[in-house]
Design a binder for this molecule. Sequence first.
Ligand SMILES: [Zn+2]
Length: 691
Amino acid sequence: MDTLVTNSPPDDSNPLLNVSGLPRFKEIHPEHVEPALDNLLESNRAKLERLLANAEPYSWDNFAQAMEDMDEDLDRMWSPVSHLNAVCDSADLRDAYNRCLPKLTNYATEISQDPRVFQAYLQIAESADFRILSRAQKKIIDNTLRDFRLSGAELGGDAKKAFKAIRQELSTLTSRFEQNLLDATHAWSLSVTEREKLAGLPDTAMAMAAQAAKQDGVQGWKFTLDAPSYSAFMAYADDGELRRQMYEAYVCRASDLGPDANRWNNTGIIDRVLELRGEMARILGFKHYADYSLVSKMARDTDEVMKFLLDLADRSRPIAEKEIQELKDFAWDSDGVSDIQSWDLSYYSEKLRQSRYQFCQEDLRVYFPVPRVIEGMFEVVRRLYGLSITEKEGVCAWHPDVRFFEIVDANEEVRGQFFLDLYARNHKRGGAWMDECQSRKLSVNKSQLPIAYLTCNFSPPLEGKPSLLTHDEVITLFHEFGHGLHHMLTKVDYVGVAGINGVAWDAVELPSQFMENWCWQEETLEFLSGHYETGEVLPKELLNKMRTARNFQAGMNMARQLEFALFDMHLYSEFEPNGNKSVQQILDEVRASVAVVMPPPFNRFQNGFSHIFSGGYAAGYYSYKWAEVLSADAFAQFEECGVFNRDTGNAFLHHILEQGGTQEPIELFVAFRGREPTIDALLRHSGLSAC
Ligand SMILES: [Zn+2]
């Protein structure tokens, strides 16, 4: 291992430096963050200079591998920091994190714009030895050259400077977008002291709200804008006026309207992000940012994506229209409501679902206690891929609720490990996600296995009862576990294309959405479900109802997803700063063409649409539906051969999960399925094939 060349020697007591093994979460404090990053960046810069000075002619061994190692060192240092920032947010950590972001961007931009580094990779690609490199190594070189070009490596003088400034500003803006949203989400809550106002709400939601109030030292119940609290309130609270208040606060987060109007307004940030991304694309010769974004994706171009989305819109629209009419009729018949509002949709939909199928998500909780679900999920992958998963005690994590597991395959080889952080709590970002703690790597100097973070926001165990999940939450867990398996079961030894690394955005949801299918199989539910008191398995009759209900409002749900995806594509291909269409107008136009429900004029959904402004989904939200075509079609193979067919399981493991980003997604898919994907399975699964 290289010695660190630095003016200030590394501080051995800094747990973010000289890492080996798992991150020492308990020892990491905000004051460690910036010095560790400074130290590592300085050392990486010095290493890079030495590589460039000594290593001609450049080869994989003397250059590309060393670059991978440096990137990886940086990831290993930064990954626990960014993870802690998401799951244990504090003002000091957030400050440290924010001070580091521009430094990281600077460093990344500096390398991505260094003509010497670009030339070194070019030289490797053009050398005679290139052809004897492994597929993974070649793909890393190809991807790197592509990304160099997309980062402006071929630009000269002023254009290069402008490009760099844009990237830096974007990094700050996108992070501010996210923080505004987080602050706005946490600032508002609904406190109620009279129980009769909360009629309709299920026990779980009431208990959670009572606990939230208790934590604040007040009487009554507190409902927040975090997903579990908000969605339960909107689906069950009988009081329409309170639902309206919750809805307004939620859809106006980080905007010019609502209870915290203009306090964390993202509107200006949105305009500027769009402007900068557009400029960035044009500097590189693209027509707009959408074209730029698609270069590294599976979809060929903007046209192909638009056609795909509009085709789905055409197919689902008649069904969505029928469904909204049924909902309106139901609201009229049951409550005499003639003018159904946005804050009534979830409420009447839940009532209609119950009247039609005679069950609700809340009724299902008793059958899905967390311990049973976790064991059952592990049993699924034991049957599919021969994996065994065991818990490791005594591993240092960031919260007492966090658990740690190890995956061993059928050949008794350890394949990976993961942290599981299931419950919602203060200072933890909402939603569910998988993130990388460490990637698989095998080289002369080092061998390491992949480690993942799986994070959810379920209701924590209460009053001695285990945490009880809805079926939707079980699906969420399977989804993230699917991402985790993609990361952990990889057999690729080079970080750049191991696991989910280097996989096109629009194909990356394949393994996750694929896993969701097992939550619906009778064979699975025999061991995945079990009443938390009696152990009784989910009754077959109830499962049948759930399956019939699965496509309840499938047309409306599809229309909603298409609205988001089309808005994203139109925004990144049409919006012009000071042009004749505002963001709101583009959204309104999309809604006019695909939505069957028009939200009220005060709805500022876009101000909280972090996927496309601060996440990685800019001109890429369509990826969810795109990947669903792949996942539905892949699962159809199991429907044909048996859902626990080990041969099919192994084929999926070998052709998809183990391959990471070494090949184009379409090649991997064809290797597994024996043909290109078709949309049929998706339409059939969503009940849309009739039209
Ligand atoms: Zn996902």
